[in-house]
Design a protein around this ligand. Structure first.
Ligand code: PHE
Length: 341
């Protein structure tokens, strides 16, 4: 009787386990058959009804039934766990056969590349490279360049002041002064000075921070013709052998005479187009003969020494060279843009 009942319990338990298809269900079966209030426990509780001779035998059968059920539970649990794992893997969208992300070699930022090209041209003409601080004193940025405190030309170069006497330099021209103070009265002097400058400007062609390259050449008999020759060689090497240059009279407090230099339009070769506003010419820099007062303030005799200076915007040169129409693209650091150069 009881053997039959135990056998029954086993058969039903094994069937249910085989049919179960979740870990929760399996756990529920375990409790129902083997738990404290489970079926098998119930049978064993009824042992008192048997004679002492029969008890060990029934106990043995009951234990074997428990073992069988436990074994089956463990097997089924392992199967279900494997199923869950497989399903998870199948749901993964990761395709390990797809090619990976390739990181190519880096490249120079267009502004860095153009700065180096300009430097190379002037190094080839015998200039060397000088540097100066970006946080500059009023004296070097303005005063020593013949721009006293109340000078109207200061208005065009409004900038970021740190104290009333220190500011972010508005041009690279203070490096002229620092160089002259250091070298005077030695001759010749031939330097270029690339670097960052700052102004209170911000639109498609002006950024509050931009780059310039200054040039300065001093010696005993330097003339405007030398200035013209040097800048013509520069323009041809930078923009192509057919590039024309044109000097227009201009004004800077630190040069006399002063000029602005145009090159024939790089887009239309002087015929007139949108880029050059149909004039055929593009302005690229300011220049002139170093003002006698500037020479004297920095320790050179204006009787013996003459020289020229120029300053150009590197962003402007870069935009013209590559046909970029919005300066801000140079500072957005968007790889889709930068990777084109
Ligand atoms: N410093 C002038 C500017 O930023 C450019 C310049 C430099 C003009 C040297 C003449 C000589 O506008």
């Amino acid at each position: 009787m009881v053997e039959q009942k135990l056998q029954d319990t086993q058969t039903r338990a094994l069937e249910e386990i085989t049919r179960s298809d979740s870990l929760e269900e399996l756990n529920e079966i375990r409790i129902r058959f083997l738990g404290k209030k489970g079926e098998l426990t119930g049978v064993l509780r009824g042992m008192a009804a048997f004679s002492p001779e029969e008890r060990p035998r029934i106990g043995q059968i009951a234990n074997r039934v428990r073992e069988k059920i436990e074994e089956k539970l463990d097997d089924r649990m392992a199967q279900l766990k494997e199923q869950v794992r497989k399903r998870k893997l199948e749901a993964e969208t990761l395709d390990i056969t797809l090619p990976g992300t390739v990181f190519g070699p880096g490249r120079l930022h267009p502004l860095t590349a153009v700065t180096r090209q300009i430097e190379d041209i002037f190094l080839g003409l015998g200039f060397s490279i000088a540097e100066g601080p970006e946080v500059e004193t009023d004296y070097y940025n303005f005063e020593a360049l013949n721009l006293p405190k109340d000078h109207p030309a200061r208005d065009m170069q409004d900038t970021f002041f740190i104290t009333p006497e220190t500011l972010l330099r508005t041009h690279t021209s203070p490096v002229q002064v620092r160089t002259m103070e250091r070298t005077a009265p030695a001759l010749p002097v031939k330097i270029i000075a690339p670097g960052k400058v700052y102004r209170r400007d911000d639109d498609a062609t002006h950024s509050p921070m931009f780059h310039q390259i200054e040039g300065l050449a001093l010696d005993r008999r330097i003339t405007f013709a030398d200035l013209r020759g040097v800048l013509q060689v520069f323009a041809r090497q930078m923009f192509g052998e057919d590039t024309q240059t044109r000097f227009r009279p201009s004004y800077f407090p630190f040069t006399e005479p002063s000029a602005e230099v145009d090159i024939s339009c790089v887009m239309c070769a002087g015929k007139g187009c949108r880029v050059c506003s149909h004039t055929g010419w593009l302005e690229i820099l300011g220049c002139g003969m170093v003002h006698p007062r500037v020479l004297e303030m920095s320790g050179y005799s204006s009787e013996e020494v003459t020289g020229f200076a120029f300053g150009m915007g590197i962003e402007r040169v870069t935009m013209l060279k590559y046909g970029i129409d919005d300066l801000r693209l140079l500072f957005d650091n968007d790889m889709r843009f930068l990777a084109q150069f």
